[in-house]
Design a protein around this ligand. Structure first.
Ligand SMILES: N[C@@H](CCC(=O)N[C@@H](CS)C(=O)NCC(=O)O)C(=O)O
Length: 206
C-alpha cells in the first residue's frame, strides 16, 4: 500500500489521526500542495481527481475518499475499532461522517475558497479551474452558524458523535473545528457542550 497525502490539509489530517490511533504505518509520499503538486502530470496519473489523500492498495486500486479508506483499513486492521462495533453503530458513524462532510466541511471550504486571492479560479478542488462566487462566502457562514447549535445540542445528550465510543465521526468533527480557524471562526461561546466535547476529543488524539 502507498499513501499520497499532504499532512497540513484537513482531509489528509482525518486519515492521519485515524492511522495514528490505529497504530497503522503505511509508506507515504507527501504531495506538496504549496507547489500545486496535486495538479502535476505525475500525480494525475495516480489520482485523476487531483485530490489528497489517495491510497493505492496492494492490488493497485486507488481509493480517493477518506470515508472509503476508513472502511477499508478498519476491515484490514479491526483492532481498536473506530467505526463502531455493531451494525447500527457503524451506520450511525458513517451517517455522521457524511453529514459533517456534506454540511460543515463543504461550508468551511466554501468560505475559504470563494474569498481571497489564493483560490482565484480554484474555488473547488479538482483538475478543472472553477471561478469564485463571492456570495457563497456568506452562505457558508450562515450554514456554519446553523450547524454549531445542532452539534452542541447533540453533544449535550451524548459524550461522542456516534454511539458510546470515540469514532471517526469524532475525528472528523475535531479536524473540522481546527479547520474553522482557517477562516478565523471558532466554537461559539454559548456552545458549551461542543466546547466540552472538543476538550475530550483533543485528549483522545493527543
Ligand atoms: N472527497 C475527498 C476530498 C479530498 C479533498 O478535497 N482534499 C483536498 C485537501 S483537504 C484537496 O486535495 N484539494 C486539492 C486542491 O485544492 O487543489 C476525501 O474524502 O478525501
Amino acid at each position: 500500500m502507498k499513501l499520497y497525502t499532504y499532512d497540513p490539509a484537513p482531509n489528509p489530517r482525518r486519515l492521519k489521526l485515524f492511522l495514528k490511533l490505529k497504530g497503522i504505518e503505511i509508506e507515504t509520499h507527501q504531495v506538496d500542495m504549496m507547489t500545486a503538486e496535486q495538479l502535476s502530470d505525475d500525480y494525475r496519473k495516480i489520482n485523476p481527481s487531483c485530490t489528497v489523500p489517495a491510497l493505492v492498495t496492494d492490488d493497485g486500486t486507488v481509493l480517493t475518499e477518506v470515508i472509503g479508506m476508513y472502511v477499508y483499513l478498519e476491515e484490514l486492521y479491526p483492532e481498536h475499532s473506530l467505526l463502531g462495533s455493531t451494525a447500527l453503530e457503524r451506520a450511525q458513524t458513517i451517517s455522521e461522517c457524511h453529514h459533517l462532510f456534506s454540511g460543515l466541511m463543504m461550508s468551511i471550504a466554501s468560505v475559504l475558497r470563494n474569498r481571497g486571492k489564493s483560490f482565484i479560479n480554484r474555488a473547488l478542488p479538482g483538475p478543472q479551474d472553477v471561478p469564485q462566487i463571492p456570495e457563497l462566502v456568506d452562505r457558508g457562514i450562515l450554514m456554519i452558524n446553523h450547524t454549531m447549535p445542532r452539534l452542541d445540542a447533540h453533544l449535550g445528550t451524548s459524550n461522542w458523535m456516534a454511539g458510546n465510543n470515540f469514532t471517526v465521526a469524532d475525528i472528523d468533527l475535531l479536524v473540522l473545528i481546527e479547520f474553522l480557524s482557517w477562516i478565523k471562526q471558532s466554537i461559539p461561546d454559548e456552545c458549551t457542550h461542543l466546547k466540552a466535547w472538543y476538550e475530550r476529543a483533543a485528549a483522545q488524539v493527543a
